[in-house]
Write a protein that binds this ligand. Structure first.
Ligand code: PRT
Ligand code: ZN
Length: 284
């Protein structure tokens, strides 16, 4: 029995999806063809699909789980479970207008035509804001719609914002934030649920390790209390006496987001010989 996972065949999520499976210890070198691969060291079969098709395949049980953008999950609105955010493929679904258009707030979109590939999500958003606008569904090249006179505004995915800028558009509303998510069907049998649980456990461990660093430092004993207060650690930091009298070695794990701030505080409190080591996996 193998668990079937659907990932994007090519595109923005492909590389990160394969990478995280690899970091979960899953070897996909056993590719059967361009559409399927089998892991030989974990009961997993990988199906490579277009991202838009993944929710439907997972709902129908053709795949048991998948990695796909939240934007696609909510737009296709299929009955599937979102189990975990993956931390990559981050973007936002935004409304943009031509940069010389005066725009105060969302009410300015009343009666306007908005081109989008996300009519479901945008429709709900406008409804929640009580704005009645006309949606023009387009499947690609959304950003040219205003300049060719097809629409007054667009609603599309944005990451760096350079596509909007290059097309003379400005972002005026964020409709949703999105990133890749791990999804599953709602009716997996016992055996597949057990494999899914193992895979999810590994994904969480890999994700957690990415945000954390292992820190080793030397500290004068009289500063240990202050230093331990700065270091949150998984439980409390490990403290070992050094050969040099009056000094100890402190080991701890710190969150990448607070990294520089913590390092500065440690230095200010007399920490020396600070070593920062990436963590490969983190099981808590
Ligand atoms: O062939 P397939 O249907 O599988 O792929 P696709 O072409 O439909 O999707 P793809 O590979 O472009 O995107 C897959 C997923 O990546 C999306 O569903 C999002 O969840 C996520 N993602 C993250 C993005 C972006 N960032 C993104 N910037 N998807 C698309 N874009 C596009 C956007 O549509 C616009 O055209 O990039 C352009 C804007 O980028 P910036 O950097 O100029 O702002
Ligand atoms: Zn697509």
């Amino acid at each position: 029995m193998k668990l079937k996972i659907a990932i994007q065949k090519s595109g923005r999520l492909y590389e990160d999806s394969v990478k995280i499976l690899k970091e979960c210890g899953i070897d996909l070198s056993n590719g059967l063809n361009k559409l399927r691969a089998e892991a030989f060291n974990f009961p997993l079969e990988v199906l490579f699909l277009r991202d838009d098709d993944i929710p439907q395949y997972v709902k129908d049980g053709v795949a048991d789980c998948g990695i796909v953008g939240e934007n696609i999950v909510y737009e296709t609105n299929k009955k599937i479970k979102v189990l975990e955010k993956m931390g990559f493929g981050k973007c936002r679904l935004s409304i943009a207008v031509q940069k010389n258009t005066e725009y105060k707030n969302i009410k300015d979109l009343k009666g306007k035509k908005i081109a989008t590939s996300y009519p479901v999500i945008l429709g709900k958003y406008l409804k929640s804001k009580r704005v009645d606008a006309k949606l023009e569904e387009v499947s690609g090249s959304v950003e040219i719609a205003p300049s060719v006179g097809l629409a007054d505004a667009i609603c599309d995915l944005v990451s760096s914002g350079s596509t909007l800028f290059a097309n003379g558009l400005k972002e005026v509303e964020t409709v949703m934030r999105s990133e890749a998510v791990f999804v599953s069907g709602t009716k997996l049998d016992k055996e597949k649920s057990a494999i899914l649980k193992k895979l999810l456990f590994r994904i969480k461990a890999v994700k957690k390790s990415r945000h954390n660093k292992y820190v080793l430092l030397n500290a004068p004993n009289e500063k240990l209390d202050a230093i331990c207060n700065i270091l949150p650690g998984m439980k409390s930091p490990t403290i070992l006496p050094l050969a040099e009298k009056g000094w100890s070695s402190v080991h701890s794990v710190i969150d990448e987001e607070k990294f520089w701030e913590i390092i500065e505080q440690l230095k200010d409190n007399g920490a020396q010989g600070i070593l920062v080591i990436p963590i490969e996996k983190m099981i808590v």
